[in-house]
Write a protein that binds this ligand. Structure first.
Ligand code: C2E
Ligand code: CA
Ligand code: CA
Length: 758
């Protein structure tokens, strides 16, 4: 028996130690108080263990001391735990002092017992034929009992009051403590008064420690949980219906009752009502399903989400089920709005590029009857409109064109906005009227209250053939490529991507790749065409670029300049030609030749380089007089509002260059330009001259231009003079300089020099 008890105590101590360890580690605030209780309890249990196990008097005596001193600590720790467990806050100072004094006094009397012997001694008896040392209490022991019982009783009272006063969901937690302390106390009392030789009451203490551990740190009050869950269920915005295991509705929360229109205790018709509302196929006998049901139509449409789940008890047995119904209308609307936002352009309400591609792709896959093509519609001068007239006007332009597209498409078309300045349309071929469209595009203008501006629209078309693999983005890429081939801004607004265009694009790519090398090896170089005065004497020459291509042979600038103007390579070509011109001038200067050379400046040069700085540095590098380098700027550049050309011209002239206005009369020229612009020479376009043969008016205009220029102090040069008759006529009109096949075609520099200087 003693052995068994010893083992039981040892196990208890280990269990208490383990719990103490976990309580200490616990993150709950009460963890410390619990581990203190467990530590406090381990000491008397240990004392008791020694007492039971030993047959040696000294050991037994020390066991007793451990037991009694431990008891004081244990009682104190339980008192401390009670305060925390019951959330009593810090006790009054007087109470703390009282308890400290009482326990301290008790503690001291044990310490002093070996000297004064007035608390206890031990006597030897035989238990199971072995000596066992039993306690013999003296007066001091009574004090000990009063203190311990006093504290125990007060702790009991605290738990009793808490049990009675707290709400029923918490009652369990206090009642458990109350009864276990009561039981422990009862066992202890029994031991004390029965004088049973062996003290087993410590088992009760040990168990109490384990209960403290469990209830403080691991116990979840189920009643509390139930109550909370029920509260939550009633307050949920979702409608909830609970069914017992037989499928009978036992409870519905407020939103549920409202939805069905039933009173609180009348759940009889709920199932029928639910079926009436959400459809007969609602299955109340199974759970784990969910479905969406749409109620009503139009603006009144309500979207709901139904879910049926089962409830189970701790053992996993189904105890019933519940149906939750959530109104997801707002959610659904938000999803739809989000959908719309992500698939539609905010400015025009058109499809976005991705959404358009997706729609076109679907259409092409499903409709094999209709012949389709895609159109890439680009607002060619939107950037200029934006820069010059501001964002509002450019937004207006985009919206205006969106409306234009809507007006011009048929039901079968699909359209969207592809980028800042481009739209895409899937066109039903049989309903496409190219001529009509081109006409409407020709003079497309956008107006607001103050402004009216011509908008340049280019359209590239890719014709989809049945053999084509459906790749919408490729179709649009091709259509876009077609627009890049529109070189003359004011004609050919609609261009088709076809084999010819494709080859052209490939060819352009090829020659673009060769430019750098062609410049280095001087395959690209200027020819010179003489410019003569009215006596037929050489005045100067125009440098006109040529490409003597190893495979393609002789290439006129018309074949490559427009390509390089589009991709920016023009800047390198022009720089090279200008450099060659300067080289020639430097050479002429050495030879004492006085003629000038005119060079051409492309409108695009202004985008890709600082034209003035480049020219200055060339002139300085070759040490030539800038007056010998004439600069030809076309009339269209002069009219372009995006380049501050007036200032450029002034700067060029200030440095000493002679500025010529090229191709005068070819575009929408206005005579006013002559007045506004400080130029030195106006080059009258040869087309004008040709017209003057047939058209009397053109002749009169040339005469007037010459006269007006003369009045303004501007020299006139006519290009394209092919016959003696033309020359004579111009001479009679007072023209100063002449250029044309009549005098010479553009020729290689050596030929030119041979002809004129040798
Ligand atoms: P442009 O500046 O108006 O040059 C005059 C063009 O008319 C030259 O064509 C010349 O060969 C041609 N031409 C001269 N006299 C006659 C004639 O009596 N009858 C006819 N039918 N044509 C005549 P080209 O050399 O083919 O140059 C075409 C255009 O290419 C030039 O027009 C110019 O705009 C551009 N260009 C030529 N060289 C360069 C260059 O180095 N840089 C840049 N940016 N453009 C250049
Ligand atoms: Ca020219
Ligand atoms: Ca010209």
């Amino acid at each position: 028996m003693r052995l068994v008890l010893s083992v039981v105590f040892a196990i208890l101590i280990i269990a208490l130690l383990v719990c103490m360890f976990f309580a200490k580690k616990s993150k709950k605030p009460i963890g410390n108080a619990v581990s203190f209780v467990l530590a406090g309890l381990i000491i008397p249990v240990l004392g008791n263990l020694i007492l039971i196990a030993t047959s040696d008097k000294t050991y037994a005596t020390s066991g007793c001391y451990i037991y009694f001193l431990g008891m004081d600590i244990a009682v104190y720790s339980i008192w401390h735990f009670t305060l925390v467990y019951c959330k009593m806050g810090k006790p009054k100072t007087i109470l703390r002092v009282l308890i400290a004094v009482l326990l301290g006094a008790d503690f001291t009397q044990y310490i002093l017992n070996p000297i004064f012997h007035f608390t206890f001694s031990i006597e030897k008896i035989l238990v199971e034929n072995r000596p066992y040392f039993r306690l013999v209490p003296y007066t001091g022991q009574t004090f000990h009992r009063i203190v311990c019982y006093g504290l125990f009783v007060s702790i009991l009272i605290v738990f009793a009051v808490k049990t009675i006063k707290s709400s029923y969901v918490y009652r369990e937690k206090y009642a458990v403590m109350f009864f276990s302390i009561l039981a422990t106390g009862a066992v202890e009392t029994y031991y004390i008064f029965s004088r049973h030789p062996m003290d087993t009451s410590m088992i009760g203490f040990g168990l109490f420690g384990l209960l403290v551990y469990f209830f403080s740190l691991h116990y979840r009050p189920m009643k509390l949980l139930d109550r909370m869950l029920a509260g939550m269920a009633s307050e949920m915005p979702d409608a909830l219906f609970f069914f017992d295991e037989n499928g009978k509705c036992i409870w519905a929360n407020e939103p549920g009752r409202e939805l069905i229109g039933v009173s609180k205790d009348n759940y009889d018709n709920i199932k029928d009502n639910l079926k009436y509302l959400f459809g007969d196929d609602i299955d109340f006998n199974s759970s784990g399903w969910y479905k969406r049901v749409t109620l009503g139509t139009g603006d009144e449409t309500q979207y709901t989400h139904l879910a049926m789940r089962s409830t189970v008890d701790e053992k996993g047995h189904v105890t019933g089920s519940y149906l939750s119904i959530r109104d997801i209308t707002e959610e659904q609307h938000e999803i739809k709005r989000e959908m719309y936002r992500s698939t539609h352009d905010s400015l025009t309400d058109f499809y976005t590029k991705e959404y358009l591609y997706e729609n076109i792709s679907n259409r092409l896959q499903s409709d094999h009857e209709t012949d389709y093509m895609v159109a890439y519609i680009e607002i060619s001068n939107l950037k200029v409109v934006n820069d010059v007239f501001g964002k509002n006007f450019s937004d207006l332009t985009i919206k205006d064109i969106a409306k234009f597209i809507q007006r011009n498409v048929t039901d079968k078309c699909l359209y969207g906005r592809l980028s800042m300045d481009s739209f895409g349309v899937l066109i039903d071929k049989s309903n496409f009227n190219e001529e009509g469209l081109a006409k409407r595009l020709e003079n497309y203008t956008v107006k607001d209250e103050n402004l009216e501006h011509h908008i340049l629209i280019h359209i590239g078309i890719y014709d989809i053939t049945p053999e084509d693999e459906i790749d919408v983005s490729l179709f649009f890429d091709s259509a876009r490529l077609a627009t890049t081939m529109i070189s003359n801004n004011y004609q050919d607004l609609i261009v088709y991507y076809d084999d010819k265009l494709r080859n052209e694009i490939i060819h352009n790519q090829l020659i673009s790749n060769q430019v750098k090398n062609a410049i280095e090896t001087r395959q690209i170089r200027p020819y010179l065409q003489p410019i003569v005065d009215s006596r037929g004497m050489l005045a100067g020459a125009e440098a006109l670029v040529r490409w003597i291509h190893p495979e393609e042979g002789f290439m006129n600038p018309g074949k490559f300049i427009p390509v390089f103007e589009r991709n920016g390579l023009i800047a390198s070509v022009d720089k090279h030609v200008w450099r060659c011109a300067c080289e020639i001038l430097a050479n002429w200067k050495e030879r004492g030749i006085n003629s000038f050379i005119s060079i051409n400046i492309s409108p695009k040069d202004f985008y890709y380089m600082d034209v003035i700085a480049t020219l200055k540095s060339l002139v300085e590098e070759f040490g030539i007089d800038p007056i010998k380098l004439r600069v030809e700027i076309t009339e269209t550049v002069m009219m372009n509002d995006s380049v501050d050309i007036l200032k450029t011209v002034d700067d060029l002239r200030a440095y000493g260059f002679v500025v010529e206005m090229d191709d005068f009369g070819s575009g929408f020229s206005s005579l006013n330009l002559l007045k506004d612009m400080n130029i030195d020479v106006v080059k009258i376009d040869m087309q004008f001259l040709k017209d003057s043969e047939r058209n009397m008016k053109a002749g009169i205009i040339i005469k007037n231009i010459i006269n007006m220029a003369e009045d303004l102090g501007i020299d006139t040069l006519t290009e394209g003079v092919e016959t003696a008759k033309q020359f004579e006529k111009l001479y009679a009109m007072g023209c100063k300089l002449y250029q044309g096949y009549y005098f010479s075609k553009p020729v290689p520099v050596e030929d030119f020099e041979k002809q004129w200087f040798d």
